[in-house]
Design a binder for this molecule. Structure first.
Ligand SMILES: NC(=O)c1ccc[n+]([C@@H]2O[C@H](COP(=O)([O-])OP(=O)(O)OC[C@H]3O[C@@H](n4cnc5c(N)ncnc54)[C@H](O)[C@@H]3O)[C@@H](O)[C@H]2O)c1
Length: 447
């Protein structure tokens, strides 16, 4: 099929590349010319494991191209995915101006039938607005449009595998034609008939559930899913706080809870809380759309509040240990909002560093992949060449992101370099007993 993907960020680039990988012809469009120039020159503007090879191969084999011109991108396409950003506004509502702009331009520029698919995470009713926009700005009498919602559930760091082997594909449609097209488009993934670039035995897993709903339900599925996962994280963080008060270990509590198949162990990791370009903003947008519809989603407001308090709690722990933070040298390991990505948007590590700098601390940081993006977000940030340099002369070290790389460091060397061997493990990455037996003052979360 001929496909256009508008937005070549974390979601759009993975979507376009993976759809090319399963045999479609894809044009990726972005209005950020720098991104398009990078892609055309053979680079990729983000770090996502395995993606660079896939982009290169699909470009080489002629199934994937990039342009900054929407008209050129949609010309031959039957299906157009909208994958632009939906950042939060001041009041927590989703900023849908990029979605509206793209829908309007698709309306104006289309000269043949298009199925316009919202893949960006959007509040319920956005599909209806896209449809109205296409009608107003398109030449509806001559050209037909369908609209569908197809929320994306990939996780940064494992995005390629998640896209090609999803737990489920959800499509919200109002017209059988849209359903047919999306089933045809995803058929190789649903039946696992493509040659998988990631795994060897994935064909044995059986077909991927393909759930067809109305557009509004599909939109709600995405917001409800992210909000539920965020709720699990804030729940275990509240349990962690209680564990600290009663002398229990949240890791054991989570293990015990997680063995119950109705609960599951995933997303029961106590720590600095959730960040990234999904959970914080999606949660707030969900609360906001509920509020607009007359429903007070108090539960989720509390989930958000608990999450925001995680940074304050870490600052308090540091203060409990160091007394005065001003002029103290504090090392931070990890800047991305989670491991295996260079994405620092709404990263708890960045929020923590900002607060430490406000307190007058001297902060030095290291991240395996996210230092460039962190410096863009926080120009005054002092980045080190490696994790050892961060430890050198530090009064305390905070583990802010659980990169595996940190686990294999020579911790005796780290200890020897620190002014005071104090580690605040904001992700419970290390074994507490081992750290203490090595002579560290070690504080995890909820242990
Ligand atoms: N990042 C994730 O893990 C993830 C997962 C699932 C869903 N989502 C959702 O997907 C959407 C995109 O997220 P992302 O992380 O890929 O964002 P991103 O910022 O990485 O990518 C968005 C891209 O859209 C481009 N863009 C903006 N306006 C445009 C326009 N008018 N024309 C063409 N291009 C335009 C931007 O230049 C950017 O490259 C969001 O709604 C997000 O909530 C993200």
């Amino acid at each position: 099929m001929q496909i256009c993907v508008v937005g070549t960020g974390y979601v759009g680039l993975v979507t376009g590349t993976c759809l090319a990988e399963i045999g479609h012809h894809v044009v990726g469009v972005d209005d950020d010319r720098r991104k398009i120039d990078t892609l055309k020159a053979g680079g990729i503007p983000i770090y996502e494991p395995g993606l660079d090879e896939l982009v290169a191969r699909n470009r080489q084999e002629g199934r994937l191209a990039f342009t900054a011109e929407l008209k050129e991108g949609i010309e031959a396409a039957t299906v157009v995915f909208i994958c632009v950003g939906t950042p939060p506004l001041e009041d927590g509502d989703a900023d849908l101006s990029a979605v509206e702009k793209v829908a309007r331009r698709i309306g104006e520029l289309s000269s043949s039938y298009k199925l316009v698919v919202e893949k960006s995470t959007v509040p319920v009713h956005t599909g209806m607005w896209i449809e109205k926009t296409l009608m107003v700005y398109g030449h509806r009498e001559q050209i037909e449009f369908d609209v569908a919602s197809n929320p994306e559930f990939l996780r940064e760091g494992t995005a390629v595998s998640d896209f090609l082997h999803p737990d489920r594909i959800v499509v919200g449609v109002e017209h059988p034609r849209a359903e047919r097209l999306l089933l045809e488009l995803y058929e190789p993934i649903v039946n696992r008939t493509f040659t998988c670039p990631v795994h060897t035995n994935c064909r044995d897993a059986g077909p991927v559930p393909f759930l067809v709903t109305d557009i509004r339900s599909a939109e709600l599925i995405k917001h409800a899913s992210n909000s539920f996962l965020a709720t699990k994280i804030s729940f275990i963080n509240s349990v962690a706080d209680l564990c600290e008060l009663v002398g229990a270990d949240v890791e054991l509590v989570a293990a015990g809870m997680g063995l119950d198949r109705r609960i599951g162990r995933a997303f029961l990791n106590a720590g600095l809380g959730f960040g990234g370009f999904c959970f914080p903003k999606d949660l707030q947008a969900f609360v906001k759309i509920a509020e607009k519809c007359g429903h007070d989603f108090r539960l989720l407001r509390e989930v958000d509040r608990i999450n925001q308090a995680r940074i304050r709690q870490m600052i308090r722990k540091l203060r409990d240990q160091l007394w005065i933070l001003k002029d103290k040298v504090i090392g931070v390991w990890g800047l991305s909002f989670k491991p295996d990505t260079d994405d620092v948007r709404y990263s708890p590590a960045i929020a923590l560093i900002k607060q430490l700098l406000t307190e007058g601390a001297v902060v030095r940081a290291y991240d395996p992949k996210a230092m460039e993006k962190a410096r863009e977000a926080l120009p005054s940030l002092v980045c080190c060449q490696n994790p050892y340099e961060v430890a050198s002369g530090a009064d305390a070290l905070v583990v802010a992101t659980e990169w595996r790389e940190f686990e294999s460091l020579d911790l005796m060397q780290v200890k020897g370099m620190m002014q005071r061997p104090l580690i605040l493990d904001g992700r419970n990455l290390f074994d507490r007993e081992k750290m203490r037996s090595m002579g560290f003052e070690y504080l995890g979360v909820g242990r």
